[in-house]
Design a binder for this molecule. Structure first.
Ligand SMILES: [Zn+2]
Length: 284
């Protein structure tokens, strides 16, 4: 289960979306304007920050990165700064010197940065609009791609939100070279007994389509895609082998790879109880 502070930050983002929009896409630039915040683009050469929030008295300004030419990326950078502007305590904590420099995109381990990322996801993909759209979309990477264009969000941000909201058993994995950067699991997937979490910065399992895909950097840069059968036990420690489907997509300028693992069918409760009764185990 997500920690409470993550859900609180997401909720705050959703509330701000609801105050300004009743259909997708949510335009964070428009929200900033409505709030009287000045917004400007950073030059594409500026690659060290995803954005900044500036305060001088009652004046607030947002600068956002443009080194990745994608509306989804830029929207997320702006939404992240709106998070710092809106989350109680952030302006006091971050703006003592008048300027805060951000590293958005679920890569920072800093608590404020993570809160602003979850706020941004909630703002751009609020559940009251995202869930009905998700119900109409297909599944896996196809659903993520169509939701990404509907929400004007990056594939990565959309995939993470999809893992949070889908009723299906799904894992979203972001890798770079031979390393898994991070993994988000849907609630349904977490229900599988004995399933372990994938930790940050662990090696990519070699018997997977993603591993083979990442051996050729052009696949990543050119946004190529592949898919194949996989098994959950290739990815996670788990009590039983589960057949799964692996979809892989290169993320271009991000230099990373998105993998979506979906399981068609989980054993129903009765089967699981039966297995449980055969297997003595200790749980705390
Ligand atoms: Zn930040």
């Amino acid at each position: 289960m997500d920690e409470i502070w993550r859900r609180t930050a997401t909720k705050l983002g959703e509330e701000l979306a609801r105050e300004h929009f009743n259909s997708l896409p949510i335009d964070p630039l428009q929200i900033a304007k409505n709030l009287g915040i000045e917004v400007e683009a950073l030059p594409p050469e500026k690659k060290t920050v995803s954005g900044t929030l500036v305060q001088a008295g009652n004046f607030f300004g947002i600068q956002y990165a443009t080194y990745i030419e994608s509306l989804g990326f830029q929207n997320f950078c702006i939404a992240h700064e709106l998070g710092h502007y809106s989350i109680p305590g952030h302006p006091e904590k971050l703006l003592a010197s008048g300027i805060h420099e951000s590293h958005a995109g679920f890569t920072s381990s800093d608590r404020c940065e993570q809160e602003a990322d979850h706020f941004a996801a909630g703002l751009l993909m609020p559940s009251f609009l995202f869930d009905p759209a998700m119900d109409k979309a297909q599944s896996g990477l196809t659903a993520i791609a169509s939701l990404s264009s509907l929400c004007s969000t990056s594939l990565t941000a959309t995939a993470i939100r999809y893992a949070q909201r889908t009723p299906d058993a799904v894992a979203v994995i972001i890798s770079e070279g031979n390393i898994i950067k991070y993994c988000f699991m849907s609630d349904e997937l977490k229900e599988i007994r004995g399933l372990s979490w994938i930790r940050k910065d662990t090696p990519l399992p070699r018997d997977t389509a993603t591993y083979r895909f990442n051996q050729l950097q052009d696949n990543v840069l050119k946004g190529a895609a592949t898919d194949g059968e996989t098994n959950l036990s290739s990815w996670f420690d788990c009590d039983q082998p589960f057949d799964a489907y692996e979809e892989v997509k290169g993320l271009g300028q991000y230099m990373r790879t998105l993998t979506v693992i979906s399981i068609d069918e989980l054993p129903d409760e009765e089967d699981e109880d039966l297995i449980e009764s055969w297997t003595p185990r200790f749980r705390n």
